[in-house]
Ligand binder design. Sequence first.
Ligand code: NA7
Length: 530
Amino acid sequence: MADLDVAVVGAGFAGIYAVQAFRSAGLTVRAFEAGSGIGGTWFWNCYPGARCDVESKDYSYSFSPELEQDWSWSERYPAQPEVLRYLNHVADRFGLWPDIQLNTRVTAATWDAERSQWTVATDDGRRRTARFLISAVGCLSAYQVPSLPGLETFAGPWYHTSRWPRDGVDFTGQRVGVIGTGSTGIQIAPEIAAVAEHLYVFQRTANFAVPNRNGAIDPEWERGFKADYRSYRKQAQESFLGVPITGTGRPALAEPPASVQRTLMERWQAGGGMPFLGAYTDVLVDRAANEIMAEFMRDRIRETVADPFVAGLLLPRAYPVGAKRLCQSDDYFAMFNRSNVTLVDIRSAPISSVTPSGLGTADSFYELDALVFATGFDAISGALRQIDVRGVGGLPLAEKWAAGPRAYLGVAPAGFPNMFIVTGPGSPSVLSNMVLSIEQHVEWIRDCVLQAASDGYSTVEAKPSAEDAWMAHVTEVAYSTLFPLADSWYVGANIPGKPRVFAPYLGGVGPYRARCDAVAAAGYEGFALG
Ligand code: NA7
């Protein structure tokens, strides 16, 4: 008899909801969390400026109508401390703490075929057994620091944004370097610029960013919106992104150019990435349509940044807009008009070394007191690969994924019975509203586990043929779009040596949900039940 019905790895949005869902279904469950608090990504990424780029009304649990009504978000786009408060409120409200074990890192998980259960080892030296193993490790938790020659000699402190000191950092009067200009770099740079003596932004790739137009939530609007929250959630579940956005429904190339510019400007003024990117049906599949949107965005940079040379460096040209995560900021580009900010182009003159006093590039040297890495993550598969997970015949998951991460329906890796990955590779995950996708996965997994038990089965395992067919479909859909043209973390291009595989599923949240439901309705088609 196993110690637990379900062992959950991680207590972010996914792990927290897994505890709630499995416990409510009458199963014994325990979540193991390496952090000293819950929240996952929202626990670790406590750097200044950290903010969600999905609106708070969407980026919140829908499983409890009462929670949904009672909780009030203060801003359109919630800042990290508010998201963390929300998650702690959820754990308090549903009494989840007894089933969450903090400060405990899962180091290994091994399938025991004889007993049809998992043995889970944690860094407190303990081992527990569980019938089911749920990975809720998150898509963006294995952070990456580039190996820069001489970094160990740097005299000042250096930080990665995803492991920010919880007491904060005071950069007042310092010369600070930020490496990385993705969503994180774009959020943190203006915060540092406001206090530092000088900020050097080291940019390898210029990125697209739309304004948030963030602001306080109007209580009147909130009351009206909440009156119909249930039907809004239903629309979200059936939508493409997990957020019901209204596009024009037309291709940009079929519309007069002046009209396209007007529409883009309206959406630009309203703020937010999803409604902007979703304005036209052809932007993410047609290079020419994409270029119209890209040039519109470059024009906004040209009119914001005073120095034409700096503006020129900031113009994104390396990839189609949207093919890398679209950044959102209200103040990033304007920041370059400050006299204490310098943009350093490390594409033309790469970083060559770090010395005790700063950072050298191919053509210059920058004296620095502190260095900040906003250099991203070994996304989607990185965190799980750091755990020694072994399936049938002792096969390590890392070995199964040597040519790239894969899982049937993006949730169940073949060869790993009774193991499920919440928002795993091959599911909409990072290309959707994560909270909604997490709920869909957790509920689907819960129903699968309960159904198998009630039918008298002790194991559920994806068939290799089903996994192969699913991943072929994931790839086919991805390559019908412009997404694979970017060297993004979606394809693993940001990690040296990582196989280039487009991991998220681009078929849309609504159709994906329907597919998962159809698989369940067909008696878990594609799974071997034993
Ligand atoms: P991202 O989006 O992966 O951005 C990382 C940034 O760091 C990006 O500008 C990279 O340049 C840069 N980078 C990475 N490695 C290096 C090295 N070795 N040298 C110089 N520059 C480097 O991570 P974020 O944390 O910003 O965002 C991750 C997600 O979190 C985001 O998409 C949202 O979903 C939330 P590159 O573009 O690769 O040339």
